[in-house]
Structure formats: structure tokens, C-alpha cells
Design a binder for this molecule. Sequence first.
Ligand code: 7RM
Length: 684
Amino acid sequence: MLQPRVKASKCLVSAFKRVFRPSLQVWARRRCNVAAIMPEAAGFEGVSDHNNLQEYSVSNSESFWAAAARQRLSWIRPFHTVHDCDLSRGKIRWFDGGKLNVSVNCLDRHVHACPERVALIWEKDEPGSEVKVTYRQLLEMTCRLGNLLRRRGVRRGDVVTIYMPPCPLAVASMLACARIGAAHNVVFAGFSAQALADRIRDAQSSTVITVNQGVRGGKVAELKRTVDTAVHSCPTVQQVLVAMRTENPVAMTAKDVAMEEEMLQEDVVCEPEAMDSEDILFLLYTSGSTGTPKGLVHTQAGYLLYAALTHRYVFSYHDGDVFGCVADIGWITGHSYGIYGPLANGGTTVLFESTPLYPDPGRYWEMVQRLKINQFYGAPTAIRLLLKYGDRWVQKYDRSTLKTLGSVGEPINTEAWEWYHRVVGDGRCTVVDTWWQTETGGICISPRPSGPDAEIVPGMAMRPFFGIKPAIMDPEGNVLASNHASGALCLSQPWPGMARTIHNNHQRFVETYCQPYPGYFHTGDGASRSEEGYYQITGRLDDVINVSGHRIGTAEIEDVVNQCDAVAESAVIGYSHEIKGEGVYVFVVLKKDVEVDEAELSRQLNVMVSKKIAKYACPDCVQLVQGLPKTRSGKIMRRVLRKVAERDFNSLGDLSTLDDPAVVQKIIQGHRDRSKKEQQQQTP
Ligand code: 7RM
């Protein structure tokens, strides 16, 4: 679709002013208001508050995104078409005709404006040893690395795999790829050699960038050795660039390149490639419902614009703020809110190398105090973990710089939300539960932006971002138009940040996201819309269970279970039940030093669930476990628990992404012991 041309001659404008002066004053007032909300939107007619700006952004998405793209991004050549999409075929194109370079947008333009501004604060594993990197320094690093990659044969369109912990050289590696037009493929540095090899092979990478060793939670990880093992089964790999995170030398092979040494030989100026808007910026692998991970593809302009805009407006990021996203760079959250959003906005962003418990449960808040963090963005799983250790670890530290607290990755239960708000934020910070996916590129639903006084309901993502139009579907594919509805969450129109395809498998992209509800983007999550029109994410669709004909989100039950004093964490699974269709199976991790047996806990939970939800939602089975099977990003692998609950122990599927695969055997043993006890009780 072409951009509308809106240009009136001067004399026409003055004639218009003479006739319509009174109404023009009203318009000018409005224009003034909206500019305070979002300067990009100044000039949108009839827009005066967040609500009508949101409506405008959805019904005039071309003019909305055109204005945002022109004002937020620096273009080498302007785009001629805002969007050209056909969701039903998985055709998604934004800003065609435009050329730009993402690294220039994230670095050069800020170096021109304020070279000594801090771009990165590298919060190394050992508290108090942080390293600050200015925009000038980061540009220099990026250029040297860009030149090195070019000299070593990396070309526009190649895929470079990055296997590094969060550190400035990892960011420079990503931006160097962007500078020379290569796509990066960051693999979380906690993945095994096999998982890494699968991803290198699927991406057909010939270059890998890594570090000699990683350091996390006081422990050393032999990352280079893991890469060596992976590369054995990756015939495409020709070279491995090795940076030194520690001083310990590692064995180097013929393929290995001493990265920092060679960087020193390179020029500090590196000509940026002029990239087309729809060229690939990066691949990022994520798990689907099958065993094979999918390499989601994000492109240049749309992704960057969406990351920048959401970062600014969801978190209310202002110039000079210090943004603290604790997600690893190996996940989409690290990409969009650890790096691209903040850097596109000329912000200062924290790269967190450690863990929430190192050296003690006060780490996050000690860091907040020391680095004067203004926005903190983390995951509910960590919040629940820290909550267990009590308030004193938080209260020890000055958190008065905090303004916004963000939550991402999974539903945040009310208890964790309230603790985050009351204890961490002293009841004065804005808490934003942000819903989005690797596929969406950036935040799609969250309580902000909205008026500063707009209500925020605990544990609810609530409001669609600009340009996002959610739809709730029934199983037959009908749009549920009224409020007070629940069903499959779809997004009704394309937005610039969405993934374009799955690397080498567009068919799978179309089948997974576009075909279930033709014309809509299928998220795979369930959601409900309240009477007030607010959205609540109920969890993956496969997590919605049906008990005696009643629908219930496992997250809703977990919410209640987690309110039980004895419970640290839980996972609720639906399993086939003779009479009810599906029964409720609860896996529970107890708080430290709590002693209660399964029967007693089961009784307590039944009372609580029937009181807070309904009798039908009561647990049929409660199993105590030492730990839940979690991926390294902290997501519970429900698929495994479902298999256990179904006694299907022989087809557990791919466990390579689990943080600690040993917990699975313990859970199976616990399940067997439990069944034996039950049988003994039945046969006297
Ligand atoms: C950003 C990220 C995506 C899946 C998504 C949901 C779940 C994420 C929330 C959430 C409830 C939230 N990308 N999810 N955020 N569920 N409330 N605020 O996590 O690709 O790794 O995962 O995570 O199920 O589909 S992701």
C-alpha cells in the first residue's frame, strides 16, 4: 500500500484557517496533548488521549507506522510502501523500498549526538565489578569486529552463530553482523553441545563466535569446549572466533581465531551495508510443540522500530534512565529489551551475567542500588524464588531509583505480583505484566502505555500496544466480539515486529501461525477479555483443561495453589480422567523447611481451590516433588509433566533444553511410589 500524500498548498491552508479558526484551536490543543503522549503522533487528527491513539493506531495503521518509522529510524533511503501483507499466506512485508542499517541506528547516530553516553553496563558475575561501555567505544568495537568478519569472508546474507554469555563483545558481535549485513543466530550459552550443533546445522552457519569460558554464579563453564564438541558434527563451520572472558588459555584448533588480538589489527571505521527493510536481521530458535526447534526469522526495519517503540512507551523509558533487563541475550527478551530497544533509543542498558541468587538472594536489589536502575525487567519464576527468601533481602537495599517493574515469560500469579509491587517497588512503582512471544518480536499486551492514572489489575497484561488488535476466538474459528469472553488469542492484523517466517520452513510457519484461523495470527495462547475489555493471558492453549465440561486454565489453579503457605512453586496439568474427561494433577515444590505429607496438602488445596475457584477445579492428584522440570529460561516443561501424569514414561521427547534433566527421573520415581502406596491402601 502506498503512503498517502498529504500536502496542501500554503494559500489553501490560510483560507482554511480563516474559515475554521475556532475548531482549529481545539485541534491545536489536542495536537499538543497527543504530542506529550507520543511525539510521533503529533498531527493525528482527533487524537487526544491514549485510548483514541490506540484506536487510531489500529484503524489507521499505515499512517501510524509510517509516522513512527520516519521519526524513530534513520533511513539511508526512505520506504515507499508502509506494509504489504497477506496474513493468510504468511506474507508479511513492512517498509518496502526503504534502506537502512540497524547498527547505524543503534550506534552512529547516538555517537554523533553524545559519544560519551554509557550504552552498556556489563554487570559481571562478581558484584561490584561492573564495566561501562560508551556509545563511542561500542561503535569502535563493532566496527573492528565488522571489518574482521568481512576480512574473514563473512558476507551479506550469511548466518553467524553466537554462543556467548551477556557481555559487550556479544553485543558488538550482533551489531557487527548487522553492520555488514549478516544475520546473527544467538544460541543461549547454557545449551548443550548437541542443542548448539542442531542450531548451527539448521542455520547453515560457517562462522561461530564464542568465549573461552563463561562465568555464572561463581562457576566456570567451558563454553569453547562445548563449541568444539558441537562443531565436530557441523561440516559447515569454517571458523570459530574466540574471545577471552577469563584469563585461562584454552586449546585452539586450526579453525580457531583469537578474536580480540585480530580485532586490534582492524580499522575503527567500518562502512555499513545499506540493508533492505525486509533483509534478515537475525534467527532465533525457540521450541514449538514438536521436538524440533524453529528458527524464527526477524527482519531489519520493522523489528527495530517495534522494539524501540515498545521499550520507550511500555516502560516509560526517558533519556538518561538506566534500563535493567536481566534476561539472557540468548532469548528474545535479551534481544529486544536488553539490546535493540534500548540502543535504538540511545539508552543505557544493563547486561546481567549472573543469577538472582549469587552471591545471595539480594543480588538483584543490590545491583539496582549500585547501578541506580530505573526500570527493572525480569521473570515471574525469579520473583517467586526470591519471595521465598523473605523481604529482608530486598529491604536491605535502596530501590528509590526504580520507577517501572516489568514481568515477562509466563503468567505472574497474584502473590508474586503483589510482592513485586509491595515489597520490591515499595508500592510506588508501576508494575507491567508484559505479554509477548519470540514470534511477536516485542511486547503486544501490557498495562502501559495508558494514562498515568489508568488502573492496573494485578497479574493482568490488560491493554494492547499501539497497532495491536487482539481477537478472541472460539474453537470453531468465530471471533468472540463481546467482552467477558475467553478463547484462543489471535492478533487480527500484522504489526512491524512480527516474525516473517521459520528459517528454511515457511510451510511450518504458515501451518502454525496463519492457518489455524485464516487471516489472523495464531499465538497458541489462551486469553480472556474482562467486562472492562482487559486481556488476561491464561497460558498456552494446551494448558487449558476441561474438567467435567468446565474450562479452566492451569494457571488459574496454580495461582490458588501458590497462595498456600507451604507451597513454593507448582505446576498443574490436565490428564485423562475416566469420569471427568480431564482431571487436575498438581506437582508441588514445598517451601524450605516445611513439612507436610501429600494427603494433608491435598486436603488443604481442595479447600482452597473450591473456595477460590470452584469444586470442579479441585486437584485429583497432588504429588510432592523436589523440583519442576524447567528450561534454562525458567519455563516449566509441562509436556514432560503431562507424560508423567499420563504414566507415559517412555516417550518423554526432547529433554535437551532442560536445566536439570535429572529432576525428571525423580518425578517419575515419586509418581511410582505414590501409585504403589495408593494400591496398597486399596487392597487390604
Ligand atoms: C517473551 C517470551 C512466549 C510464551 C507465550 C506465553 C508465555 C510470555 C507472558 C506469558 C502470560 C505473560 N517469549 N508468556 N509472557 N504468559 N503472561 N506476561 O517469553 O517465546 O519465550 O515465550 O510465554 O505462553 O506464548 S517466548
